[in-house]
Design a protein around this ligand. Structure first.
Ligand code: SF4
Ligand code: SF4
Ligand code: SF4
Length: 268
């Protein structure tokens, strides 16, 4: 299990560095952020200890830029929430048990949560559901915030924690089915310049899906561009290509219907 976890060691190194740089902000966003939608209104946030106050603007600019170049690679390489989900998913007892159709259907849950988040952010003007109690101690302040928060804030936290915890049963439950950030990135990643794609040699054997921690295949919904599956593909059908410029990809055979469907990025 550990060997598999560290097989793509470059990705793990990047993920742990990122955890060190922005992990604290992630935890503040879950446990102390008073807003309905965390991580976005940081410029006006009264929680003065939160590192997001200085990180948020540049982080979102960089995330947006990375999506347009590398698709959902932020999820696979940078996001601390993705790393935590992967660690929790190491022992998922329902691994490979969800049918493809069920999994693909549930993946649309991300867009539903995204619409809810957009509603709260733009139409309800991102209300504060908690009182940002100021104390130097993180855990004490979390306790005080829970004590004084609106019940809806507590339900939100319980919902996120439960969905993260469900990764113990179904791999990457939060990231695959509910994360609104992942949903937004997935929509934008349709316009990305590069990514892992299947080429005409794909025989639909699904070896990549069995290797994938999100139980998907390159260029399909929930692919986070981690590249972990590349070595598992016996026909060598997984390549780093530009979905926007197939004419630049000389190995791609667009002459057959199978090739066309294999190469078409179908994120949604
Ligand atoms: S889906 Fe959400 S939590 Fe998961 S890696 Fe992407 S942004 Fe992070
Ligand atoms: S990409 Fe490779 S491993 Fe995945 S289904 Fe196609 S042939 Fe099989
Ligand atoms: S399909 Fe391959 S590249 Fe995409 S997330 Fe899964 S293992 Fe990573």
């Amino acid at each position: 299990m550990l060997k598999t976890f560290f097989s793509n060691w470059k990705r793990r190194i990047v993920q742990f560095i990122s955890l060190g740089l922005i992990g604290e902000w992630s935890f503040y966003g879950i446990f102390r952020c008073p807003f309905a939608v965390p991580y976005i209104g940081c410029g006006n946030c009264p929680v003065i200890q939160c590192p997001g106050r200085s990180l948020w603007l540049w982080s979102w600019i960089l995330i947006g830029g990375s999506v347009l170049v590398f698709g959902r690679a932020f999820c696979g390489w940078i996001c601390p929430g993705g790393l935590v989900s992967e660690i929790l998913s190491m022992g998922s007892f329902l691994k490979s048990k969800l049918k493809k159709r069920v999994s693909a259907g549930l993946a649309y849950g991300k867009y539903f949560v995204l619409v809810l988040a957009l509603y709260f952010f733009f139409l309800a003007q991102n209300p504060r559901w908690a009182i940002p109690i100021r104390t130097g101690d993180f855990f004490k302040s979390v306790g005080l915030t829970v004590e004084h928060a609106d019940p809806v804030w507590i339900y939100k936290i319980l919902f996120v924690l439960a969905a993260l915890g469900l990764s113990l049963a179904v791999p990457m439950f939060w990231c695959r089915f509910l994360c609104p950030t992942g949903g937004a990135i997935e929509i934008l990643s349709r316009f990305s310049l590069f990514g892992f794609l299947k080429n005409a040699r794909c025989s639909d054997c699904d070896q990549c899906r069995h290797r994938c921690h999100l139980e998907t295949r390159p260029s399909e919904i929930n692919c986070v561009q981690c590249g972990d599956c590349k070595e598992s593909c016996k026909p060598n059908a997984i390549e780093w290509k530009s979905p926007l410029a197939p004419w630049r990809n000389p190995d791609t055979n667009f002459g057959s219907g199978q090739a066309r469907s294999a190469n078409k990025p179908h994120f949604l």
